[in-house]
Unconditional design. Sequence first.
Length: 73
Amino acid sequence: MEGNEKVYKSRKKIIFDNFLGGISWSFGVWIGTSIILLLTFLIASKVDFVPIIGNFVAEITKYVAVHNSPFHF
């Protein structure tokens, strides 16, 4: 019967344990996301498609600026 005894934890202790678990989980998510983003940006900086994307965005910006001008008739 020793293994089946109920263990009593106060509500305060349960809340505190869950609070610490939540903080630990969120810290782990933050560290993991930082590492994944760091690796993604390192890989993206080594690939040559970034200037192509930059030129594409520049052309879209130029198109929008010309065609959405309030003086364009």
